[in-house]
Write a protein that binds this ligand. Structure first.
Ligand SMILES: Nc1ncnc2c1ncn2[C@@H]1O[C@H](COP(=O)(O)OP(=O)(O)OP(=O)(O)O)[C@@H](O)[C@H]1O
Length: 223
C-alpha cells in the first residue's frame, strides 16, 4: 500500500508497465510528493523511460493504478533524451521552445505573440536567449539540453521529468545543467524526477532514489 499524505501528487499502487501486454516492470509502488527530488537509476533497457511514459500517460499501465491527486493538478514538463529529437528538420532553438507552448494554442492557428514572449523568457531562464536563432542540430550537447529544458518550462509545469539530462556532455556542462535543475527545484519549487547514470553528479537535495533491477523498482529514501 502506498502512502497517500496531503503532499502526494501521484501514487503508483502495484503497477505493471510494458508494451502490448508484455510487462517490463511489475509491482511498482511509490509516491511522488510535492517538492520531491527523485533520481531513477537502472541499466540500459531496464524500463526507466517506459516508467516516465506511463507516468506521463503516453502509454497506459498494464496492471494496477496510478492515482493523480486532484488537489494540485499536475502539469508535466518532459525533457526527453536529446538524441530522441530528429535533427533533419532545420529547427532553431526558439522553434524547439515554441513547441512547448503549442498546448496553449488552438489547432491550426498562428503562434500568438505571447507564446513567442514566453518562449524567449524560457530561453533566458536557461541562459540560451542569445542562441535563439541557432539551429538546434548545431548546438553542443549541453546547449541542446538547456533548450529542451526551456521547452519543458514553456508548458508551465509543476513537475519536471528529465530523461538523462547530463548524458554525453562534458564535466563543465554537467555542472551547469545540474545547477539549472537545482535552481528550478529550489527557487521555482518544481517537483523533479530525473533519470541518470552519472551517480557522481547527483545533487545533495535529492530525497528519493529509485533503483530499477530485476524487473522491479526499489525505493530508497535518501534523506
Ligand atoms: N515502443 C516500444 N515498443 C515495444 N518495446 C519497447 C518500446 N520502447 C521500448 N521498448 C523496450 O522496452 C524495454 C525498456 O526500454 P526503456 O526505453 O524504457 O529502457 P531504459 O531503461 O529507459 O533504457 P536506456 O537507459 O537505454 O534509455 C527495452 O527492452 C526496449 O527495447
Amino acid at each position: 500500500m502506498v502512502n497517500m499524505d496531503e503532499n502526494s501528487c501521484i501514487n503508483l499502487a502495484n503497477v505493471s508497465i510494458g508494451y502490448r501486454g508484455t510487462p517490463i516492470l511489475e509491482g511498482i509502488n511509490f509516491s511522488i510528493n510535492r517538492g520531491d527530488a527523485i533520481v531513477l537509476f537502472g541499466q540500459n533497457g531496464s524500463g526507466k523511460t517506459t516508467l516516465f511514459k506511463t507516468i506521463l500517460r503516453i502509454i497506459p499501465p498494464l496492471h494496477g493504478n496510478i492515482i493523480y491527486q486532484n488537489n494540485t493538478p499536475q502539469r508535466f514538463g518532459y525533457v526527453p533524451q536529446s538524441q530522441s529529437l530528429d535533427e533533419i528538420y532545420p529547427f532553431t532553438a526558439l522553434d524547439i521552445v515554441l513547441m512547448g507552448t503549442f498546448g496553449q494554442i488552438k489547432p491550426f492557428s498562428f503562434t500568438p505573440a505571447k507564446s513567442r514572449i514566453l518562449a524567449k523568457q524560457c530561453l533566458m531562464d536557461v541562459g540560451m536567449l542569445e542562441s535563439k536563432r541557432k539551429l538546434f542540430s548545431e548546438l553542443s550537447g549541453g546547449q541542446k539540453q538547456r533548450v529542451l529544458i526551456a521547452r519543458a518550462l514553456a508548458t508551465n509545469p509543476n513537475i519536471l521529468l528529465l530523461d538523462e539530462p547530463v548524458a554525453g556532455i562534458d564535466v563543465d556542462a554537467v555542472k551547469m545543467i545540474m545547477e539549472l535543475i537545482t535552481m528550478l527545484h529550489e527557487k521555482h519549487h518544481l517537483t523533479v524526477m530525473m533519470i541518470t547514470h552519472e551517480s557522481f553528479s547527483i545533487p545533495a537535495w535529492v530525497n528519493k532514489k529509485i533503483h530499477i533491477k530485476n524487473n522491479a523498482a526499489v525505493v530508497e529514501n535518501a534523506k
